[in-house]
Design a protein around this ligand. Structure first.
Ligand SMILES: Cc1cc2nc3c(=O)[nH]c(=O)nc-3n(C[C@H](O)[C@H](O)[C@H](O)COP(=O)(O)OP(=O)(O)OC[C@H]3O[C@@H](n4cnc5c(N)ncnc54)[C@H](O)[C@@H]3O)c2cc1C
Length: 615
């Protein structure tokens, strides 16, 4: 504790010096978080047309502002966060999004008057006093509100309908520990050890974040000499062993093993290939004080961030497919944008890519230039993305109350004897066999996001309706041959519908009241993620960070500022997957672009607001 206080004191001193010199010698741009920017919440906008006026501004060359400070490729939460922070520091930024709507994974898909979320089911650490909450309040000017899910925010079903066990997970790590001990009274020692391992990883996010901010030569020294493991606690089992190994050592009870690993789908890599520390980070994030959902749906994030970018003279334009980043004399000089079959050149000295590491380095940067960068090697080594999924969106006739649904997420595991092995066997099985009516799905995730949103009923068409989203893990190879096929034909449709039938059947088993209430459904394969939000091979969370962490040196080198002058990366590939991590990576990138300690600026504001609240 004394050491932590000393470090904070030391950083504060440095910060004061930095600010004084900056002001006197104009060394860096203004502090983007110099004042609390929260404003009273405006009335929610439900009119689709008014929303599309903000979220769907089509690209045209005359909408491109002159004298741009930066171009951001991709309007996911990472790209928008960087753009907002740069805008708050007085920069004029153009965000170019290839899709028809801004927001990336935070956008929603309209279908028959209902809205389905792409990539947000729950988010952690949004309690009133948290640092994350201050961050999100500031990047949305206080316009995004969060509602808490049920205390039992995840419910885990293990077994088939004949022998089903249902285990709720409750908010707060201590509470969950107590609940697990009630559910597995003979396993208290293993459960205690599990939580001790989670606490071991208390500082994991600071360590990984710090590694990305320190000078590379210094990180190299720390990693190669082994000093890093000694000065941190990274030599402990939680950092050096896989989640699967560690949990299997704690207990032989299969249901408990499943419970301790059930959220591997939030990580995106099987527990046998994930360091325990990565699981611990997610567990702490989602379970610190419960889980939250953005009121009005995830698209409230882009909807309220875009005006901040525009206020500083920037724009967020969609249907703007960046095809190439041009370099002149080794430096970024412009980007080529494809729109309606035409190509346009947008000059800029700084390009920030939220399009993912692989896409950026292997597809957007000219190969000859890319090969000069050490990112080329990393992109090659991490070309295998994390897991991909098949999704089934269904519209249900009935309110959550009528259908027996609460603001929760539901996970299912058909056997739950060894979830890692069961998924591996499934992914390696013959597709012909998997789509047979008698074949089962080993596991999956079901969420009813409309049931989480207090604003859902404000639109007349949605009243009395509920949305259901089902996700199951999939293999990219099952679908890759159809990637560039425009009319995919009956075989593709047959496979999609076969999976859709199984997913719906499983959901009906778990929620019998929805049986005759399904109005429509839409099944999406990994090709949808590959196409709509450009996820390489459909990898739902982008690159496989769990893999990268097997080589901390590689993870440390994966940072916002690349070694190609003028090119920066942002989004989930830089730090970690998840809305909060992608947004924080947006702040890291803004920090690198502005050359000022943006995260420390934010921390200062957070401390000030916290003190004010306590008075
Ligand atoms: C199914 C699913 C469920 C999820 N559930 C949760 C959850 O419950 N909680 C949570 O915290 N996280 C969840 N996530 C993860 C989270 O949504 C993401 O980690 C995060 O939103 C990623 O943000 P990003 O900015 O890195 O990228 P993205 O949101 O993927 O944005 C990247 C954008 O770049 C655009 N782009 C790519 N190439 C180009 C180009 N050449 N030109 C122009 N634009 C381009 C894409 O179209 C896309 O809009 C989920 C993700 C998925 C897919």
């Amino acid at each position: 504790m004394i050491l932590v206080n000393f470090i904070i004191f030391f950083l504060n001193m440095l910060y004061t010096l930095f600010n004084t010199f900056s002001r006197v010698f104009r060394l860096s741009p203004p502090n983007p978080f110099n004042k609390d920017s929260r404003k009273p919440r405006k009335p929610y906008e439900h009119d689709p047309e008014a929303r599309s006026y903000v979220l769907q501004q089509n690209f045209s060359i005359d909408k491109v502002p002159s004298a741009l400070d930066a171009v951001v490729i991709g309007s996911g939460i990472g790209g928008l966060t960087t753009a907002v922070i740069l805008a708050k520091s007085g920069k004029k930024v153009l965000v170019l999004e290839q899709g028809k709507v801004a927001g990336g994974c935070c956008s929603t898909i309209p279908e028959q008057g209902l809205n389905f979320d792409i990539g947000v089911h729950y988010v952690g650490e949004m309690g009133d006093n948290s640092f994350c909450r201050t961050f999100f309040d500031q990047i949305t000017d206080g316009q995004v509100e969060w509602t808490k899910l049920e205390d039992q925010f995840d419910i885990v079903y293990i077994g088939d309908k004949h022998k089903q066990r249902i285990y709720p997970v409750t908010a707060g790590l201590e509470n969950w520990k107590v609940l697990l001990k009630e559910q597995f009274p003979a396993e208290t020692i293993g459960i205690d050890q599990y939580f001790a391992h989670i606490h071991t990883c208390e500082n994991a996010k600071f360590i990984f974040g710090a590694l990305k901010m320190m000078p590379l030569w210094f990180v190299h020294l720390l990693v190669k000499t082994g000093i890093l493991r000694v000065v941190t606690n990274m030599w402990k089992d939680a950092y050096t062993r896989s989640a699967l190994e560690l949990v299997q050592d704690l207990t032989h009870n299969h249901d408990l093993q499943t419970m301790l690993l059930y959220y591997w789908g939030d990580v995106g890599t099987l527990p046998s290939r994930t360091y325990f520390s990565t699981m611990a980070l997610i567990s702490k994030h989602l379970n610190l004080d419960g889980s939250y959902y953005p009121i009005g749906g995830p698209s409230e994030l882009p909807f309220n961030m875009i005006p901040i970018i525009e206020k500083a003279g920037g724009r967020v334009l969609v249907s703007a497919d960046v095809d190439e980043i041009f370099f002149t004399k080794g430096k970024v000089s412009s980007v080529c944008v494809k729109h309606n079959g035409e190509k346009f050149t947008v000059p800029c000295k700084m390009v920030i890519s939220d399009a993912g590491l692989y896409n950026t380095i292997m597809k957007l940067v000219p190969t000859l230039v890319a090969k000069n960068s050490y990112y080329y090697e990393i992109a090659n080594e991490l070309s295998e993305p994390c897991m991909t999924v098949i999704s089934c969106y269904a519209g249900l006739d009935g309110t959550p109350e009528q259908l027996g649904i609460k603001p929760q997420n539901y996970w299912f595991f058909l056997k739950g004897d060894d979830i890692d092995k069961e998924v591996k066997e499934y992914l390696n099985a013959d597709l012909e066999d998997l789509i047979k009516p008698e074949a089962d799905i080993p596991s999956g995730f079901i969420s009813f996001n409309s049931a989480k949103d207090p604003e859902w009923n404000m639109l007349k068409e949605r009243r009395g309706k509920t949305t259901m989203e089902i996700l199951i893990v999939a293999n990219w190879d099952w679908f890759k041959d159809w990637k560039n096929v425009e009319h995919k034909g009956t075989e593709y449709k047959h496979i999609k519908e076969a999976f859709g039938n199984k997913m719906i059947a499983r959901a009906v088993e778990m929620f019998p009241k929805i049986k005759d209430r399904i109005i429509f459904r839409r099944v999406g394969t990994p090709l949808a993620y590959d196409h709509a939000i450009r996820k390489h091979h459909g990898g739902m969370y982008g690159l496989d960070h769990a893999m990268a962490r097997y080589a901390p040196w590689m993870e440390a080198r994966l940072r916002a500022k690349t070694d190609l002058p003028g090119l920066y990366l942002t989004g989930q590939d830089v730090l970690d997957s998840g809305v909060v991590s992608a947004a924080f990576s947006g702040a890291l990138t803004a920090q690198a672009c502005l050359g000022r300690p943006v995260l420390w600026d934010l921390y200062q504001l957070h401390t000030k607001l916290f003190k004010q609240r306590r008075k």
